[in-house]
Structure formats: C-alpha cells, structure tokens
Write a protein that binds this ligand. Structure first.
Ligand code: SAM
Length: 372
C-alpha cells in the first residue's frame, strides 16, 4: 500500500507548545488562586477526575459553576482538553474561511477557541465569528478572558458567549458546529435508552450547520463515550451527514464499543504537554504518558471518495514472523499485515486500500487481511 499516509494527530509545533505552556500564566492572571484553594487543588482535581472519567453518574450538577470544581477544571481539564484538540485540529479540514461562523456547544471555558488559535495559525487572521453556548456562563466568560490574553487587541475573531441549554441554538447558520466533551453529559442527563438519546441528539445537531456546514464532535477516549458517539454517528448518517474523518466510509462502525468489544479511539503520547501540567497531574496522582480521544467530523457531502484504511491500533505480533495493525475500512475491520521489522503505521494514519484478490480473514478478529 502507499507510503504517503494522511496523518492524524501530528505533534504540537514548538510555537503551539509555547502558547499552551503560557496557559498557566494566563490562568493565574484571570483567577488568582489563594492559599487554601491552591493547597486543595490536587485533591479537588483527583475527585473531579474520578467523577468525569468514571461512568460519570456522580458528576456534580454544577461542577462548572462551583468555585472549587471550576478551578480544578480550568487548571487541569481545560489545558488537557486544549492539548488534545491542539493535536487533533491541524489535520482536520474544518471548512473555515473568512467570515465563517462557528457554533461551539457546551463550550465551557472555550477550550476549542483557545486550541484553534494555538494549533491553526493560518486562521488567526480570518474573520471568525464565534457563538459559544453553555449552561455555565461564568466558565465561558473566564475562557474568553483567557483567550483575550493570548490574542492581540486587533484580532479579527469575534467571540460571543451566550447562556443556554442544548436544544435552543440558532439553526442553519454555522459553518462549523462543534461539541467537545459535551455528548457524554447529554447522555448522562438523559433518562431515555442510549439509542433514543442518540436519535434525539443527532436530529437536533443535524439542523444546526448551514447547507455546506460541518459538525465536529470530540469526546474522551472511553468506551462509553465512543459507543455513544458511534450511535450518534449512525443517526447523523440517517439525517443526511457523512463522516469526513476519522471513518473512511459511512457503513457500520467496526469498533462500536458495545459490551466488551473494542471501541474507536485514538491514543497519543503526551510529549509537548507543559511541564507544569504533567507535574500537577503527578501531584494529583493522575500522571499520564498518553491521552486519548474519540471524534467525528461530518458534513452533508456526497462526493465520491477513494477507498482508504484508517489505522486504529498499535502494531502487534502475528504468527510466522509477521506483525499487524488493525484498520477501519468500507469493508469493515481489516488487519494490515507485514513481515516483522517492516515499518509500522501510526495509529490515525489513513492509507489507500488495495483489496486482495482472494479474501483471507484473521481467525481471532474476523478482520479482512491486507498485505501492507
Ligand atoms: C466537560 S465540559 C466541556 C467544556 C469544553 N467544551 C471543553 O472541552 O473543555 C462539558 C460542558 O457542557 C456543558 N453542558 C452540559 N450539558 C449541557 C446542556 N444540556 N446544555 C448546555 N451545556 C451543557 C457543561 O456546563 C460543561 O461546560
């Protein structure tokens, strides 16, 4: 197969890493933490992390409003969210140009706007019109303060923050509608079965972008969040959308995370993350070498696309001195197999698919075997 993959999740550029590093200074200027709050931060972090990453049934209702949890979010979850987005956004075709309108749902402290500024320098001179909505107004205002401390006074970006719940946004106007780390909270708050929640959420998401607009959904890389995202994906396809990334097809997802099955997510190393952030993580007992996410970029687009395979696992050993990696394709799960020692792909790479004349299936997974 081809040696020129389309690559997801590239490393942060040195400039992006420096801007991310500056978040702590900007945070201290916007929310000066005093003795008691500072001392309590690692403990607050650890308990909020538990609530945010477990099945989330214990997520405090007002965690984005109460000072202790809001501070923990701003100093820890926000920079990690910006880090993950900073790795994700450079490789995505978001369809943004001068005068584009962006609708950020569940915007919180404006992780997406900060990450776009940091990771997409070519968009800093574009007239981007942001409408950020969340039920937590204070978090958005603090996020806007943080953004304004990074952007020049004459920045062409306009950023409006608006208090509001999911379901009451302006329809059909945005060139990009984004929801970052929101969907799992909508599912958590819903009493309906997951399939019904996915249908309701997707039906509403589908009316928000304009005719050529895109939808960007980003979630934590947990099985539960990925499963909910995959359900929402199927419903969005029913509503006329198609995945642009990461799925190279609009058929059923081969890694839907149902019960104990694998789930579609991408794991990245944390090199380039600020030292103060990795230190703080370690002090809170949350040290991490990797970060992960699941995402979907979709549009109402019916252009024919070449057959591609998206690499979705690290390399592992196969019998007979061979190694392999799983990939996602229009023909379902595939196993890219090669002699052991040959260069492996990076998870997230997309490579043109070359279908074999004779079909061989991997015994363990049932994946179609492709020679890489
Ligand atoms: C985990 S935070 C994500 C914030 C930000 N997008 C980020 O990635 O850092 C989830 C946000 O969704 C908001 N949220 C949850 N349910 C909502 C709803 N029904 N309507 C509006 N906002 C909601 C919360 O207030 C919170 O700010």
């Amino acid at each position: 197969m081809s040696d020129t993959p389309q690559r997801l999740l590239p490393d942060l550029s040195p400039e992006a890493a420096a801007l991310l590093d500056g978040m702590l200074k900007r945070f201290k200027a916007v929310v000066p933490l005093k003795g008691k709050h500072l001392a309590e931060l690692p403990r607050n972090l650890a308990s909020l992390s538990e609530a945010l990453t477990s099945e989330r049934s214990r997520l405090p209702r007002d965690y984005m409003g109460a000072p202790a949890t809001l501070n923990a979010y701003l100093q820890y979850f926000l920079p990690w969210s910006v880090y993950r987005l900073g790795r994700l956004l450079p490789a995505l075709d978001l369809g943004l140009a001068d005068n584009a309108r962006i609708l950020d749902l569940g915007a919180g402290p404006l992780a997406l706007a900060q990450a776009l500024w940091i990771a997409r320098p070519e968009l800093r001179s574009a007239d981007l019109h942001w409408l950020c909505r969340d039920k937590a107004l204070k978090a958005m205002r603090l996020g806007r303060d943080l953004l304004e401390r990074m952007t020049p006074k004459d920045s062409p970006w306009s950023v409006r923050v608006e208090h509001g719940s999911f379901g009451a946004e302006p329809r059909g106007q945005a060139d990009l509608v984004a929801a970052v780390n929101l969907l799992n909270e909508l599912f958590l708050a819903s009493k309906a079965p997951e399939a019904d929640t996915a249908a309701r959420v997707a039906e509403h998401l589908a009316i928000l972008p304009n005719e050529s607009g895109r939808l960007l959904l980003v979630e934590p890389g947990t099985r539960t969040a990925a499963r909910q995202l995959v359900l929402t994906r199927s419903e969005l396809i029913e509503n006329g959308f198609r995945p642009l990334a990461p799925c190279p097809h609009d058929g059923p997802c081969p890694m839907p995370g149902r019960r104990n099955t694998p789930w579609c997510h991408f794991v990245m190393h944390t090199r380039g993350a600020p030292r103060w952030l990795t230190d703080l993580s370690a002090r809170a007992g949350l040290a991490k070498q990797t970060a992960s996410l699941s995402f979907l970029l979709m549009a109402r687009d019916d252009h024919p696309r070449p057959d591609m395979v998206r690499v979705i696992s690290e390399s592992f050993d196969l019998p007979d001195a061979r190694s392999g990696q799983y990939g996602c394709s229009g023909r379902g799960l595939v196993l890219l197999a090669r002699p052991k020692g040959s260069p492996m792909r990076r998870p997230g790479d997309a490579v043109p698919a070359t279908w074999p004349e004779q079909e061989t299936r991997d015994q363990k997974s049932g994946a179609l075997v492709l020679e890489d």
